[in-house]
Write a protein that binds this ligand. Structure first.
Ligand SMILES: [Zn+2]
Ligand SMILES: [Zn+2]
Length: 195
């Protein structure tokens, strides 16, 4: 029988109560229940790119559109940018639901992961990108460089709500700006035509 290679992945794990960090695999018994685990995904460059994209797009919007419309629009754009970055970082740094030891044999419908070599619950999935089992795996998000699972799904949905609202706000501002400048051009054309 061929030997199954041990799971190898590159999540960085941070504990909330200490400054120490480690990488998987680790023993889940080494974390107390009160500790919160923060992580940086193996494809962290995706997160850096997403942060750059949000900042660059916001910079263009503020300098080319919001400034023309007034300080209120600039303020709202800054709040939206901050909220988008905060929810993005929260999703990307929360523990998605690492499974590091088998569930009890009494649990019904448990499955065996041949890569991690442990039994998981029915909602767990093995991420091929991260090479780790995640509780309630939704998908691997390249924009976060990280899995989205039971542990950060709420934060992920919150992030999506924030950036979608931001996009709607930007589209609304573009419509207002084109309407304002359209009226100004029409007014200027009327004055020139009347002379
Ligand atoms: Zn697995
Ligand atoms: Zn993943």
């Amino acid at each position: 029988m061929p030997r199954v290679p041990a799971a190898r992945h590159h999540y960085l794990i941070y504990r909330s109560s200490t400054s120490t960090s480690s990488s998987l695999p680790f023993s889940s018994s080494s974390f107390s229940s009160s500790e919160r685990i923060y992580t940086i995904g193996p494809h962290w460059s995706g997160l850096v790119f997403t942060i750059f994209l949000v900042c660059f797009a916001s910079f263009l919007f503020i300098t080319h559109v919001a400034l023309d419309l007034g300080p209120t629009f600039v303020g709202i754009a800054c709040v939206y940018t901050s909220l988008t970055l905060l929810t993005l970082l929260r999703t990307a740094c929360l523990d998605p639901g690492f499974i590091t030891r088998s569930v009890p044999p009494s649990l019904p419908r448990r499955k065996f992961c041949h890569v991690c070599r442990l039994y998981t619950g029915p909602t767990a999935g093995h991420c091929e990108d991260c090479k780790v089992c995640i509780e309630g795996l939704d998908h691997h998000c390249p924009w976060m460089g990280h899995c989205v699972g039971k542990g950060n799904l709420g934060a992920f949905l919150c992030f999506n709500c924030v950036w979608l609202t931001y996009v709607l706000f930007v589209l609304g501002c573009l419509a207002v700006q084109s309407g304002v400048f359209g009226r100004e051009r029409a007014g200027a054309g009327g004055v020139e035509g009347g002379q």
